[in-house]
Design a protein. Structure first.
Length: 232
């Protein structure tokens, strides 16, 4: 389904969904374990982890009392996600939550076809093969889509309104993200409609950031659009 709620409310909803799933799997031990997989760092995601815990609490699960949460953070390195997902599968968690991350959801899906996976993504879950359809997802995945790809095009339009004389906008892109190609197509199409040009500048590590903004400065772009990405 698609929703327009805020990120905190979304994490609360996912926490409730995770609690419902572990309650439904009655064969799990007295202290069930939820896997939490994300490509960001624990520090940057701390406020939303608190919201996730709140969602669990609302359905009667308190971390450390009657549920354990195994956190796995890729720290901005997408290539670490498959191994982290495999660790959670070996841990035999009752469910895996992949909030706000298409790459984490794809890694979890590749790691298991039996453990329930609860996702919240900004991409189209059908396009990326997470579910068979929105009405009948099938498989072991369920969740929500925030349609962030469509929002990126809207943000580009907003930049055009704010800076009517700017002809070129830079887009900070993480080429390591599996959503990069889809985002490029969407933003290129939006730029054509606006009569503007977009300059995609890649950054997938700290050392890339300085070079990316230097390239944007040399091209005298009107503004830089930063796409939703765990590293960015």
């Amino acid at each position: 389904m698609t929703v327009t709620i805020g990120r905190r409310e979304l994490l609360v909803a996912l926490g409730g969904a995770a609690a419902w799933l572990i309650a439904a799997r009655a064969q799990q031990p007295a202290m069930p374990v939820i896997g939490f997989l994300h490509p960001a760092t624990s520090e940057s995601f701390a406020p939303l982890v608190a919201a996730f815990r709140e969602g669990l609490h609302q359905t009667g699960y308190v971390e450390g009392q009657n549920v354990t949460i195994e956190y796995r953070w890729a720290e901005g390195q997408y290539d670490r996600l498959p191994a982290l997902a495999a660790e959670l599968v070996r841990r035999q968690v009752a469910a895996i939550a992949t909030p706000g991350s298409t790459p984490a959801t794809l890694a979890a899906k590749a790691a298991t076809s039996t453990i329930p996976i609860i996702f919240a993504v900004g991409s189209d879950p059908v396009e990326f093969g997470l579910v068979a359809s929105l009405s009948r997802p099938g498989g072991n995945l369920t969740g929500m889509s925030m349609l962030a790809a469509e929002m990126a095009a809207k943000r580009l339009g907003l930049l055009g309104e704010l800076l009517p004389n700017a002809t070129v906008f830079a887009v900070l892109l993480n080429p390591a993200s599996p959503t990069a190609e889809s985002e490029m197509k969407s933003l290129s199409a939006a730029a054509d409609l606006l009569g503007r040009k977009v300059l995609f500048i890649n950054a997938s590590s700290e050392r890339d950031i300085g070079a990316a903004f230097s390239a944007a400065s040399q091209r005298k772009v009107g503004a830089v659009l930063v796409l939703p990405d765990a590293f960015h």
